[in-house]
Design a binder for this molecule. Structure first.
Ligand code: EPU
Length: 431
C-alpha cells in the first residue's frame, strides 16, 4: 500500500493546474446511459473513481474510448473520452461494484428511464455518515416508478408507457437525489418540476450537458428546475467544469504554508463563500485572467467561525481542509458540520500532529497552536486525507500518511502538483 511522505515547513509558489471536477465527471459519465449515441466528455480527470465508474458502466454495456495525447499537450491535461451505450446489456448494478463507490447508485435513473427496469444495490453507509437514499426513491416514485427493496437491492419498474413528469418538492437539499431525478426526467413524458433542488455547480454542468443532448431545462443554477422530457436523447460533446473542491484545497494549502500560487483554470464563482472565508483568515485572494491567485506572506492566520451548508454556502467537502488551516490560527475558531453527521474523522489524526480541537456534537472548536509536529497519520476518507496533507505541509518535520488510496479517488497528481510548487512531498510505493 502506498504512503505519502511530507517534509513540512516549505512555502508553495508557482502555478497549479486545476483538473476537471470529480463530482461532475461521475454523473456526466452516467448520463451516457440515456442515449444510444456517443457522449464525448472533455477534461475528464484521471482518478480512481472515474476508472471504477468505467468498469461499472462497462457492465451495463457502455463502450469506452479514450483519445490519445495530442502533440504538445501537457501530461496533466484532462482526457477526452467517448462513451457509447448503444445497447444496454444488463440493468443490474451489483453490490460488489456499487458498494465501492456511492455515486454509482445514480445509474438507477437512466436505466429505469431508458429500459423501464433497474435493479441497483443499495449503496450502504460510509465513513462520513449513514447516507440514506430515501429522497432519490421519493423522486423516482413521483415520476411513476414502482419501487421495492429486496435483499439489499432497489428494484425499480417504470409504469406502462414509461416514466412521466411530476412536481417534486424535496424536503431537504440533496445533490445525489437532484442528479437522479434530473437524469430520469430528461427521458420522462412531459414536464418535471424539482423544487428545493441542489444548486451545486456540478448539477448545472450535468443540466447543461442534458440540454446539449436534447432535453429542455429551465432554471439551471437555481433551486427550481423545470425539465421537459424527450422520447430520445442524442449524443453531445461536453467539457467537464473545473473542480472547485480541488481549487479550494490548494487555496487553503497556500494559506497554510504561505507563498503565492495561481490556480490555473479555477472559477472563483464556484467557490465564492470558501474564498471569502479564506480572505477572513488573512490570505489574499484575487481573481486573475486564467484563474485565482492566492497568497499569504508572513501575516498571522486569523480565526473564523463557519458552518457547512449546501451551495452557495461553505461546502462540506472543504470542511476538513479549513480545519487543518485553522489549527495554526492566532485564536479560537469554530466549525459546525451541518451536512454529514460523522464528518470529523480527521480530528483525531490532526491531534496526532499537535492540533488542539475539541468536538461537541456537530461542532468543532479549534484552538490555534504555535507549531504542528510531523507524525504518522491515517487517511480515512477523501477530504479528511487531504486535510492531513495540508497539516503535514505546515508541520515541522516528517508526516507520513497511510492508506492514500482515498486520495487517489479524488485528487489527480496531488504530489506532483504540490512538489512543483516547492512542497516536500513524495509517494512511497511499497509494492
Ligand atoms: N440525504 C438523505 N436522503 C437522501 C439523500 C441524502 O437524508 O436520499 C442526506 C445525506 O445523508 C446528507 C445530506 O442529505 O446528510 C446531503 O447529501 P447529498 O445527497 O447532497 O450528498 P451526495 O449526493 O451523497 C454529494 C457529493 C459529496 C458531497 C455531497 C454534499 C458526489 C459524487 N458526492 O454526495 O462529495 O459531500 O454531495 O455536497 O457528488 C466527496 O466528493 O468527497 C463527497 C463526499
Amino acid at each position: 500500500m502506498d504512503r505519502i511522505r511530507i517534509v513540512g515547513g516549505k512555502q508553495l509558489n508557482g502555478i497549479i493546474p486545476i483538473s476537471g471536477a470529480k463530482n461532475a465527471a461521475l454523473p456526466l459519465m452516467i448520463a451516457s446511459l440515456l442515449t444510444k449515441d456517443t457522449l464525448t466528455l472533455e477534461n475528464l480527470p484521471r482518478l480512481a473513481d472515474v476508472a471504477m465508474l468505467v468498469r461499472i458502466l462497462g457492465n451495463h454495456g457502455v463502450d469506452y474510448m479514450v483519445d490519445g495525447r495530442r502533440p504538445g499537450e501537457a501530461p496533466n491535461s484532462g482526457r477526452t473520452v467517448h462513451l457509447t451505450a448503444k445497447e444496454i446489456v444488463d440493468t443490474t448494478a451489483p453490490y460488489e461494484l456499487v458498494s465501492k463507490m456511492r455515486a454509482s447508485f445514480w445509474v438507477i435513473a437512466p436505466l429505469l428511464a431508458r429500459m423501464g427496469v433497474a435493479k441497483v444495490s443499495l449503496p450502504g453507509g460510509c465513513a462520513i455518515g449513514t447516507r440514506p437514499v430515501d429522497l432519490h426513491l421519493q423522486g423516482l416514485k413521483e415520476l411513476g416508478a414502482e419501487i421495492e427493496i429486496e435483499g439489499g437491492y432497489v428494484l425499480a419498474k417504470a409504469p406502462k408507457g414509461g416514466l412521466h413528469g411530476a412536481h417534486i418538492v424535496f424536503p431537504k437539499v440533496s445533490v445525489g437525489a437532484t442528479h437522479n431525478v434530473l437524469l430520469a426526467a430528461a427521458l420522462a413524458k412531459g414536464e418535471t418540476v424539482i423544487e428545493n433542488a441542489a444548486r451545486e455547480p456540478e448539477i448545472g454542468d450535468v443540466a447543461d450537458c442534458l440540454v446539449k443532448m436534447g432535453a429542455k431545462i429551465d432554471g439551471i443554477g437555481t433551486s427550481v428546475l423545470r425539465i421537459q422530457g424527450r422520447d430520445r436523447l442524442e449524443g453531445a460533446v461536453h467539457t467537464v467544469l473545473p473542480d472547485r473542491i480541488e481549487t479550494g484545497t490548494f487555496a487553503f494549502a497556500v494559506a497554510a504554508t504561505g507563498g503565492d500560487v495561481t490556480l490555473d483554470g479555477a472559477k472563483a464563482v464556484h467557490l465564492k463563500n470558501a474564498l471569502d472565508v479564506l480572505a477572513q483568515t488573512g490570505a489574499k485572494v484575487e481573481e486573475v485572467a486564467n484563474g485565482i491567485r492566492v497568497y499569504r506572506n508572513g501575516g498571522a492566520i486569523e480565526p473564523v467561525s463557519v458552518e457547512t451548508q449546501p451551495f452557495p454556502g461553505f461546502p462540506t467537502d472543504l470542511q476538513a481542509q479549513l480545519m487543518a488551516l485553522l489549527t495554526r490560527a492566532a485564536g479560537t475558531s469554530v466549525i459546525r458540520e451541518t451536512i454529514f453527521e460523522n464528518r470529523f474523522m480527521h480530528v483525531q489524526e490532526l491531534a496526532r500532529l499537535g492540533a488542539d480541537i475539541h468536538l461537541h456534537g456537530d461542532t468543532a472548536t479549534i484552538k490555534g497552536v504555535k507549531v504542528l509536529k510531523g507524525a504518522p497519520v491515517m487517511a480515512t476518507d477523501l477530504r479528511a486525507s487531504v486535510s492531513l496533507v495540508i497539516a503535514g505541509l505546515m508541520a515541522e518535520g516528517v508526516t507520513t500518511i497511510n492508506r492514500v488510496y482515498h486520495l487517489d479517488r479524488g485528487f489527480e497528481q496531488l504530489e506532483q502538483k504540490l512538489s512543483r510548487c516547492g512542497a516536500g512531498i513524495e509517494r512511497i510505493s511499497t509494492g
